[in-house]
Design a protein. Sequence first.
Length: 392
Amino acid sequence: MTNSLVRMFGSVFPVAMAMAMAMVLAAPATANGPPSEPYMILRKIMAAQDQVSHGDTSAPQRQKALQEEASQLFEALPDDVWQKPRNALTAALFMIVGGSSLTFRGLLSKGIGFGKHEDFVKGAIAYRERNFADAKKKFLLVETRTLDRIPAACLHLVKAILKSNDEQKQAVENFVMVSTLVPGGYLEDTAIRLQASLALAHKEHDVFLSVISRYLRRFPRSLYAVPFLKNASKAILNLNDNDISSVAEKQVKVFEKVPSRVRISFLLSVAETALRSGKLNSARTFAEAAQRIGTNNSKLAIASELYIAAASVFSEASLAGQIAEKYQSRRNNLRSSDGEFADAIAAVIQQVRAPATIDPGRNFTPGPASIEARKLVAWSQNLLSIGRVRQK
């Protein structure tokens, strides 16, 4: 299950996931703490990572620089530094974010312990070396109730990941505790994304949709939102494999509590993904839902209508033609990509009404009778490739 989370939602684990855990294991720093203390620099890393979830595009670079600085600092510190409880926690998180475990294995071999956090450190060593079975055993020995709020939230997240294979209910409870203890930052951001993938893996489709809705409400600006929601869009469409409009309508309703601007953008993202995969009924349903919300943003409004037209070229060619003609006549006031998309829709409608042989990258002869699934897929993909539509 741990590896399946990666397959479903990209690089959330172990790199980004590990970063979330790493940044919250350290105890809060005091204002007058020595600048060379390990926890001080990790406090800065934590702040940078929270900014990633808040949409700060410069935060990843800051985080990377801080990570490099931390590596140099830790290598130069004397052995006895790591016996302090706060620094022992820092040792664990350093390995979780990808730091070498050799230094800390060496300390243990020399008889230098890590006090009350030794299980945490040993678990991190196993985790860093991808020995998840041993990591689970060690982390389960650490009681969350003995930790402050932020370290406790981190431990809940670690336990959730390591339980996700065979203890789903407990894993979900751990994810919920993360949101309860540290709402609004990178840790909750990561927990919600992983909870969505866990629900999907266990075929809890209603839960999956509900968690995606919650993510849209909580972290619409996160830098991790774009790749995550792109994969979520594909998953949503896969749940409606037969492209049934009524199923798509039920899916749309799940997102009614999402703020309007965020909801429109997401619905159009799903519609575009549906067009690319040939699911024209779903594409139209999601695009019409976006249009019904209404917006003063002309780009989103135009996208809604053009997506409706693209999804209707076979089912309602007259409607699609009217929309295409409308935007062709306004070409001077449109983005070039929107004008080209309108041209593409008109060209496809012409081919539907008058069969002709064309080659959109797939060899077939489209026409009024060519409305089986494989040709719809090719048509919709060609439609978007010609128009080069990108929602921005």
